[in-house]
Every structure is written in C-alpha cells, then in structure tokens.
Design a binder for this molecule. Structure first.
Ligand code: HT7
Ligand code: ZN
Length: 864
C-alpha cells in the first residue's frame, strides 16, 4: 500500500467554492447528485482528480455538457478530468448502497436511520470529491425520502426550505453558511424523537438546541442537554467563543465507530455518550457524556471554524480540543480527580503506545491509513503538549495566544506551526525548541537528584528520550517541572529562586542535564516534583517509602499525593518480587489506615490512592515483563491491604454507603467510588462476608453505579453467585443495548478460570453482533485490554481468538479490525514463549488474502 508523507503536501489544483448536494434516499440504494463550483488554483495544473471509494458513477455534467462516461478516466476510487477552465460547475450523480455499508463510514444505516460519518475520508464513499481538509466549501443540501419512514431529515447549518412530494415523499433543504471541509458534512434521516431547549449567547442570540434519539430514549437526554448548555457557557466565559449558527443539533445512533463526531451544527454521537439516567448509567458514564459533549461542542471553534490543512495536523484540532474538554471537566467537577483520571488514561494507553512499534510523534510524518492515527498520542499527548504551553506561558499569555490563533485563522485550514506562531507572537516567547514535542516520539525519562548544603538545595535533572521507530537521534526537549519542597512538619517551604520567594515554581528544564539552586532551607526538604503532572514524562527520583508515605499524607497537590501512593505501591510490589517473604511493614499499613480514616480528604482522592497501577502500565515499564509475577505481586498487595485493613475498609464502606438516597453530585459520586475501592480490597481477601457484602449490594442497589461495582466484584468469584447475578442482570436489562454492553464487558474481563471458553460462548450469544462496534468493544476489546490474565494465558489461545476475529471483522469494518489487531502489537514486552505466540498470530494475519490497509499497517509495523 501507498505511504502518504507530510513532505509531499501540495495545495490542490482547484478549490471547491460551493457545493450543492441532493440525496434521493431509497430502500435498496440512494442516488447522490453533487454540483460543485470549482475555481482554478493559480500556478497549478488544470487536471482535477477527485477521490471516490466503492462508488458507481451514473452521470457527469461539465457546466451544461453531459459527458460521455465511456471516454472518461474514472474508477470506483477516482474520477479525473483534464484541461479544465478557470471556473466551472461539475455535476456528478453516483449510486451508493448505504444499507450494505458495514464500514460505518460515508452514508450508512443504523437501526433504521440513515446517518453519515465522513471524518477522515468517508465523504468519498458518497460522491467523487476533493475529500481533503484544506478544500473548504459552502454547502446547500437537499434530502428527499419517504415521509412516514423518515419524517426527520437533517443536515448541517440552518433549515431553509421543506415541501411534500408525490408518492408520500418529502424534501428538506439545509444551508450551511460557514465554508467547511467535506469531513464535517453530515446527514441524518429517520423517525426520531427530539428533546428541545434553548441557550442565550453572551450577545443575546437565542440558539435552538435539539437532541434527536429513538423515541423510547427521550427520557435519557437531560444530562447531555445540560452538558451542551454548560459547554456553551464555559467556552464563552473561558475563551470568549460564542456559538455561530441558529441551531445546534445532536443525533444519537447505536452503530458508530468512535465516540462522537463534530459535524458542523449536527453532531452525531454514539448513543453511549448521550443516553443516561441513574438507573442505566454509571457515574463514569455521566462523566464520559459531559466530556464528550464538551469535546464535540468545543470543536466548533477548534476544528470547524479553524480546521486542519492536512491529516498530519490532526493534533492541531484534537490535542487542543482534548485540552479544552479536560479543562471544562476540571472546572465543572474536581480538578485534582480529573487530572488523576487524565494521567491514568495517558499512562495506560499513550505511554504504552509510545514504548512500542506504533510509537509516532504527535505530528506524524507518514501514514498508510489515516484512520490508524486517531491515537492516544495525537489526542492525549497532543493535549499534554498544549497543557505544557499553558504552563510555560501562563494563563493570560496562553489565552491571548488562543485569541490570536482564532482571529488570524478563522475560516482557514491551518497547521501546527500556525498555532505555535500565534502563541509566540502573543507572548513574545520563543517556542522553537519546544516544538520538538511535536516531532519526536517517545516518553522522556527524567532523572532527578537532590542535595542540600548551606541553606541551599540543588536539584540536578537529566533527560533522556528513548529511540523509537525511525527516530534514533533525539534532541533535548523543553520540560516544565513544577516544583515545591516540604518540611518535616508537612508544610510547603518558602524558598528563594531567581530573586523571588515562593512555595512553588515552574522550572524550565531544556538541556540534557541541568542544575537548579534554591535558597532558604535550614533542613533538607522532601521535593514534590512535576506537580499536577506538569509534563508527560517518566520521572525517576529515589524516594524512600517513608518519604512517599509523607507525601501521600502531606502534599497539597492532589495529583502528587496520588502519585506518591502509586510510587509507594510500585516500590512495595518490587520489594515483594525481590523477596517472596516480604510483608507490608506497620508504617505502610498505618498510612493506609489513616488515609481511610481522614475526615478532610476528598473520598475520590482516597479511592484513587488505594487503586494501583494497571497491569498494562506495569508491563510497559519492563523490558521483558514477567506477567505472572506482575499479576501475582499486584494481587498480593491488594490482598495484604485487604486483610490488614479489613475493619477499616469495612467501616469506610459502610460510611460511604448511603443506602436509601442517590445523588449525582460530588459527595454521592465520591462515596460510591470509595465504596467500590473498599469492596474490591475486601474481596481481594476472598473472605465469605465480603462476597456476601457484594451480593447484598447487588441485590439492593438502586443505581447502575453500585450495581456495576457489585457485579464487577462478583464476576471474579468462582461460585454460583456469579452466574446468578449475571442472569438476574440480563433478565432485568435485556431490552437496553447499552446496559447489555456492560453485561458483556464485565464477563469478558472476569478473572475466573474458564474465561476464554466463556468469551467464546459470549461471541455465540444471540445478542452478540459483529457489526456493532460497541458490542465488539464490550467483548473482544475488553478481553484483550482489560483481561491480562485471560488474554495473556500462556497457552496463547487468547491471542489466537483475537487474531481470528481480526480477520473476520476486517471483511466488514477494517477500522475496528485494526484497533483489535493493535492488542498484539506489544509482543516485545513479554517473555519469549508469549512473544512467539503473539508473533505467530501477527504473521497469520499479515499473510491473509485481501487484508485491509488498516490492518496491514498495524501488523506490518508491529512485526518490524
Ligand atoms: N473528530 C472525530 C474523529 C473521528 C471519528 C469519529 C467517529 C467515527 C469515526 C471517526 N473517525 C475519526 C471525533 C473527535 O475527536 O471528536
Ligand atoms: Zn475530537
């Protein structure tokens, strides 16, 4: 397959100024007529080559001339015309088959509704087009369909006309005044219910808000609607950015490859990120809804008003928008908890990706299939890069830079350089060296050492960026290290640095090795480094367990308090691995007990401090991980804390358990999370009364969060209570697809002994649907990512199962197949036996006939 390279970027030969689309939607096929007004790009060739995918060409008109198809250069994948004039209108009719479209890109049907997904290159499955983000056009869209089956016809922009047609058909016309690339085009046609609300902007414009869902779900939209209004208000208050059209619409569909899509004025969502009430959704589902609704809404500026010049710039919109949605959630809820969650995601997926064969820079240089680059590196590391600019420049300069960026590039397709330049011009700072963060892959390792003499503290830092595929020669990066020091009394020490006295300072660490000197220390303090996770790095500082307990107790940065707990857990596990008779010392147990007993600490911070690093993250830190040993020591730690703090955990559980009341607020959510962590540690002991406690929580729960907490614990229990609980859950919820996804997912991640056979049964279950991404994620991705015990079983059958399904799914949805194939890419991290078994499956996939380029790219890079 062809490799697309950033260095080959060229402007198109023509611009598409106006696009008029007519969709004639039918039950067997649909006809799409596009009339596009093109304008020659001076200095470029006069050949126009349009992209297509699986298209049937019906007719082509150049202005008024009906072109003879037999004499034309076209295929299902392209259409090319030569010697064209300066301006002309090209009218093309294509025939497409949305009902047969299982890739869920372009126009397809989900549960009886027509809907679209055009990012990144789905529009070419609708009509021949300059399907690239730098071609921005004004769209006018006419939709014609049966009036009874499809009473609702939606597209981007504002509705401008509607009328009835013969044969019970009707049509609706939409006009979007904002020029946009084809990837932001959307269409929906179906019989949908609608929840309506209104938002008044800061300039007093009234915006109509509409959420369209299947009628039986109308009672599950309130939370999402509130999130829309909160997002609109937040973007006005934080960045002065106002919504621009008169209507903002969201449609929820059940077959969707990712979370949601920011189409101009018509966001389309995976129903998982819209539908919720306390009976059906967990606290983490609610959090997900708020952040995804925010994310898509914020794209209206960061992505839509200013878009990307080419797909190598993807992080320009995605990194910035993730940063914006993270800040929105932090402002709406607890900032500390949000930061802990975001870093956990980063470590569990981006750090893992960055240390494997798919490692790539935030701005990649090449790709085979762009769908494979909607990665955690582009999204989450991209957001961390924006966050570091914010930390280095400070809030005011950063906001000025954002103003400059949007003012300068409104209506344009921009690059990452444009963004950095706007930040530099507004702050007066140079970000030249900083831009290495965009171009170099890999997670920097920072080693820190501290010495104390004569009232002074010297902090010596060294950075090293590991080699990654295709990049061996690395430059030192600019790393902001937010630093404080604590005295034995638990207080932050005021120190003198560069003429100022303060208790916290952002060090700019931009050389391979550097020393920082601080004054004002009568005694050697304990450093608190990279506070709030000020940079996406691995930080190595040799803390003693005693110092970690101190920071876990006293640090006033929520993240670093959690971090101390994580480091303590890793240090304890390491000691146990080195000496199998090692047991937890009293100081450690006392620290955990006092953490649980604290009257002032946020229950969610307590809960996070008592949850330990994931197996995947622990594996990613090793050269050749012994997964059994990791699994065993992690279980030992949970079990030891469970046994030694049994009473304290039991008490904390009961104090958090407000049986009769349910509140979806900070207190309620905090209590439920702490309760869940306590229950998990209690069950780690295997004691009968802890199993009885989970069984009782399951039986009496009045909300989905508690139900899932209990069912998750019972899922690992090797006795009939597991089966009973799953049966009663299924009987109660079999009508609700999203809830049944949870039922599948919990069984796939169960640690019981026969899980592989069980997963195979789930794949044969009447409710399993290979064409529905949520279901595939619930069973197969969950097994591969959240069940290291089952997936990495030494017999290799877990790998074989995933490979079987990669090959099966690749025939219908290559995007989902590639995502699944990626679970095998980390093979180098494991022992020789597992390596061989994973490689054998990767090779089997690679050798298969008719492999998509999506899967080919993942497996061939994994094997390199
Ligand atoms: N910008 C969107 C990215 C996307 C996508 C969404 C749904 C289905 C397929 C997709 N391919 C790419 C989502 C976002 O980041 O907001
Ligand atoms: Zn996005």
């Amino acid at each position: 397959p062809q490799v697309i390279k950033l260095k080959d970027y060229q402007q198109p030969n023509f611009w598409a100024k106006k696009t008029e689309l007519t969709f004639d939607l039918n039950e067997d096929h649909s006809l799409v007529t596009s009339k596009v007004h093109y304008q020659h790009n001076p200095g470029h060739d006069r050949t126009l080559t349009l992209a297509g995918l699986s298209l049937e060409l019906v007719s082509v008109h150049l202005d008024h001339e009906d072109l003879n198809l037999d004499a034309m250069d076209y295929s299902p994948e392209h259409l090319s015309l030569k010697d064209l004039p300066d301006t002309f209108a090209l009218t093309i009719t294509t025939k497409i088959y949305p009902q047969k479209n299982t890739a869920l890109e372009g126009l397809y049907k989900s549960n009886g509704k027509f809907c679209t997904q055009c990012e990144p290159e789905g529009f070419r499955r609708i009509t021949y087009f300059l399907d690239r983000p730098d071609v921005m056009s004004e769209y006018r869209t006419t939709i014609i369909a049966d009036k009874s089956k499809y009473p609702i016809l939606l597209s981007n922009g504002n509705p401008v006309d509607s009328k009835d047609l013969p044969n019970n058909r009707h049509q609706m016309v939409w006009h979007d005044p904002f020029p946009k690339p084809s990837y932001l085009f959307a269409l929906v046609a179906g019989d949908l219910g609608c929840v309506e609300d209104e938002f008044t902007t800061k300039s007093s414009r009234k915006i109509k808000l509409q959420i369209f869902v299947e009628k039986e779900n109308l009672d599950k939209c309130d939370f999402a609607m509130q999130a829309v209004k909160d997002s609109m208000k937040w973007d006005e208050d934080t960045y002065g950015l106002e919504y621009d059209l008169d209507i903002f619409m969201i449609v929820a569909v059940s077959d969707f490859n990712m979370g949601a899509m920011e189409n101009k004025g018509l966001n389309i969502f995976n129903s998982k990120y819209i539908l919720a009430n306390p009976e059906t959704a967990t606290d983490s589902d609610f959090e997900g809804i708020q952040s995804v609704v925010g994310h898509e809404y914020f794209h209206n500026w960061s992505g839509n008003r200013v878009t990307c010049r080419d797909w190598f710039q993807l992080s320009l919109k995605e990194g910035l928008t993730v940063f914006r949605d993270q800040e929105f959630s932090a402002d709406m809820n607890s900032r500390g908890v949000k930061r802990i969650s975001d870093v956990k995601v980063l470590r569990n997926s981006q750090f893992v990706e960055d240390s494997g064969p798919m490692a790539h820079p935030v701005r990649p240089d090449s790709y085979i299939e762009i769908n494979n680059f909607y990665t955690s590196t582009v999204y989450n590391k991209g957001a961390e890069v924006i966050r570091m600019i914010h930390t280095i420049l400070g809030k005011d300069a950063f906001h000025k830079g954002i103003d400059t960026y949007f003012n300068r590039h409104d209506g344009e397709a921009a690059t990452i350089e444009d963004f950095v330049k706007a930040m530099e011009d507004s702050s007066g700072a140079s970000l030249k060296q900083f831009t290495h963060w965009y171009h170099q892959a890999g997670t920097p390792r920072v080693n820190a050492e501290l010495s104390h003499q004569d009232n002074k503290v010297i902090l010596k830092l060294q950075q090293r960026l590991p080699m990654t595929p295709g990049q061996s020669d690395k430059h030192a990066q600019v790393i902001p290290i937010t630093t404080s020091f604590f005295a034995k009394d638990g207080k932050a020490v005021p120190f003198l640095y560069q003429g100022d006295t303060k208790t916290e300072h952002v060090l700019i660490f931009d050389q391979g090795e550097q020393e920082f000197v601080f004054e004002g220390f009568a005694e050697e303090p304990i450093p608190s480094l990279a506070r709030s996770f000020s940079a996406p790095i691995h930080l190595d500082y040799q803390y003693s367990d005693e110092q970690l307990i101190f920071l876990m107790t006293w640090d006033n940065d929520d993240f670093n308090r959690y971090e101390a707990a994580q480091n303590l857990a890793m240090s304890l596990m390491k000691k146990r691995q080195q000496s199998p008779s090692y047991e937890l010392p009293d100081e450690v147990l006392t620290a955990y007990k006092s953490l649980l007993a604290s009257k002032t600490l946020d229950p969610r911070i307590k809960a996070r401090a008592l949850s330990f690093p994931s197996i995947d993250y622990l594996v990613s830190l090793e050269q050749e991980a012994n997964i059994e040993a990791i699994f065993e020591t992690r279980s030992w730690l949970q079990e030891s804390i469970g046994h030694s703090c049994y009473q304290e955990l039991w008490d904390a559980y009961h104090q958090s358990h407000k049986q009769d009341s349910y509140q979806l607020d900070a207190e309620g959510i905090g209590n439920r999370e702490l309760k869940s962590v306590c229950l998990s540690l209690l069950l780690a002991t295997g004691k009968e009364d802890s199993v009885a406690l989970a069984t009782s929580l399951f039986a009496k729960s009045n909300n989905m969060t508690d139900t899932i907490t209990a069912l998750n614990e019972l899922s690992h229990v090797n006795d009939p209570r597991r089966q009973d609980a799953f049966k009663s859950f299924y009987d109660k919820w079999s009508h609700d697809q999203l809830v049944i996804d949870k039922w599948f997912a919990l069984q796939s991640s169960s640690y019981h002994d026969h899980v592989l056979a069980h997963v195979k049964d789930l794949l044969e279950h009447k409710d399993f649907d290979l064409l529905n991404p949520n279901r595939v994620y619930a069973v197969l991705r969950q097994f591969a990512r959240a069940n290291p015990k089952g997936f990495h079983h030494s017999n290799g059958e877990g790998y074989q199962l995933i490979a079987d399904y990669v090959l099966k799914i690749d025939k219908t949805n290559s995007h989902i197949a590639a995502m699944l194939a990626n679970s095998l890419s980390q093979w180098r991290r494991f022992d020789k036996g597992r390596q061989g078994k994973m490689v054998a499956q990767l090779e089997r996939i690679k050798a298969a006939e008719g492999l998509s380029k999506d899967v080919y790219e993942i497996v061939s890079k994994s094997l390199q």
